[in-house]
Design a protein. Sequence first.
Length: 222
Amino acid sequence: MTQDELKLEVAKAAIAYVVENEIVGVGTGSTANFFIDELAKIKHKVKATVASSEATAARLRAHGFEVLDLNDVTSMPVYIDGADEITASGAMIKGGGAALTREKIVASVAEKFICIADGSKLVETLGKFPLPVEVIPMSHAVVARKLNAIGGEAKLRMKDEKPLVTDNGNYILDVHGMQITDPVAMEAAINNIVGVVTVGLFAAQGANVCLLGMAEGVKTLQ
Ligand code: 5RP
């Protein structure tokens, strides 16, 4: 099976976690896009959605979903999203699609984070995938020096030869070469650097359930 076929399988499996007539929190990325397209097939059972990026909001609206402002939402049963890396205990690196801050905010309101990923995302130790860190633009150099001092190599994410600008108007530093043996401690330490908006480590609040697409079928970790 191709990676896209595995993503489609987990997107389909995630539909079982959607609570009827409730709000669904929706992530960002190619796996989340497969999920949105599957969710559209049961649109009549979905009260409304909350999106973790402008791209996701546009795709949801194109399918005719109502997309709520998170400020108007007090609870949602599930948030469903992909990951760049995940451990068996549910700690994740996210932000490959630059949406980490909104993803973490929407996930914080949900009762459960359902991670959907192809099997290649399962790792023993996080850090092979460069760790995304969203930063205030004026601070990118000072934050990069601090990240380098803790053992990484921070690179400013570029697009069309300019720094990539997130939906929140910020920049992303991708930190290479990290061996993240204590994700909870690392998440707190990086979030504590002045100028950091959010680190793409989701460990203090990780995934409650992970649906992993494998050649032999969808494997559930919880
Ligand atoms: C976006 C993310 C995505 O969930 C992550 O990058 C995985 O993407 P994909 O489903 O395309 O492999 O965190 O910010």
